[in-house]
Design a protein. Structure first.
Length: 320
């Protein structure tokens, strides 16, 4: 008999198909949780084509995950801060028994969660066990609004590429969880530019490579009052990656990144010194459109650029 080396194992059951004996539902009073309100829901179970699942045991848990608030009225706006992080939180509610109506009600205070990038999504899962101990599950999600208002941001010009010297306009909106315009005073606006610096060094095993890092310099800082909607502008007087923040880091804040290109573009991560980045000002073009292309290179040099399909339509050789 051949000898084998076990690298892993698992177990599983083989049984005849057994249809569900229970019908499970998770009901909520609202389709969302407003700021400061508890999360209320009811687990309900009935015997298949029969009476309520009186006394059946169940288990439940809630998972809170990252979720981005979206406005039906301002679809082009961003309502989250990509610089913030949120780690999912699981709240295990344990087990209990359904009442005579086959129901069990929960009213839970939203736990103190870290300052999330936007809203939060509650994923509710419950399992009710039939008379043979076989679980039947139900699942429901609903948004949880932590903030009393949401700040939205978008660039007036939706192109992807800006040039040094452009004046960049930003639109701002403030709404609540019902998508109603809000008046918010003393809203902070901060614009930062990322600046890269690189060192070419020799490491162990006689390897040579770039070690890159960056810092962010403040370009604009001001406070404004938002009466539903507002706007502001700033001059992009240097190349690089700009991040516009609207709101406070300790409360609701939204952010938007914009790339500004130009001659002598040196704000680049040199750990990827073998890569060239090509950015277009649109995602798609119609026949006759003029495309604006930004080519970001890690160092000065000669570049040969072509545009081709079944043949070469354009070619250019220039210093970058």
């Amino acid at each position: 008999m051949n000898e084998y080396t076990m690298i892993g194992n698992t177990s599983f059951k083989v049984e005849e198909f057994i249809p569900d004996k229970l019908v499970i539902d998770i009901k909520t009073e609202e389709n969302k949780v407003a700021p400061g309100k508890p999360l209320k829901f009811t687990i309900k179970a009935n015997q298949m084509f029969g009476p309520p699942a009186n006394g059946n045991r169940f288990e439940a848990e809630i998972k809170f995950i990252d979720y981005t608030f979206q406005s039906a009225k301002f679809k082009d706006y961003i309502f989250r801060d990509s610089q913030k992080n949120f780690s999912e939180t699981v709240k295990r509610l344990g087990g209990n028994n359904l009442n005579a109506l086959g129901e069990y009600e929960y009213s839970l205070e939203i736990p103190r969660l870290a300052n999330p990038p936007s809203a939060i999504l509650a994923e509710i899962y419950a399992e009710v066990f039939d008379d043979g101990g076989r679980p039947v599950g139900a699942y429901k999600t609903l948004p949880v609004h932590i903030y009393n208002y949401y700040l939205g941001i978008k660039a007036k010009d939706q192109r992807k590429i800006y040039k040094r010297g452009d004046r960049i306009g930003i639109d701002i909106v403030a709404v609540n969880d019902k998508d109603e315009l809000q008046n918010i005073n003393n809203v902070e606006i901060l614009v930062k530019r990322k600046v890269w610096y690189s060192i070419f060094r020799q490491s162990s095993w006689n390897r040579r490579n770039y070690d890159s890092s960056f810092y962010e310099e403040n370009v604009v800082f001001k406070t404004i009052n938002i009466k539903g909607q507002s706007e502001f502008e700033f001059d992009a007087d240097a190349e690089g990656e700009y991040t516009i923040y609207v709101g406070s880091a300790e409360r609701m804040r939204t952010s938007l990144k914009i790339n500004v290109s130009g001659p002598g573009f040196t704000t680049y991560d040199m750990t990827n010194a073998d890569k060239v980045t090509i950015s277009l000002d649109k995602e798609k073009y119609d026949a006759g459109d003029v495309a604006t292309v930004a080519i970001s290179v890690p160092f000065d040099g000669m570049a040969y650029v072509t545009l081709d399909r079944e043949k070469v339509f354009f070619e250019n050789q220039d210093n970058y």
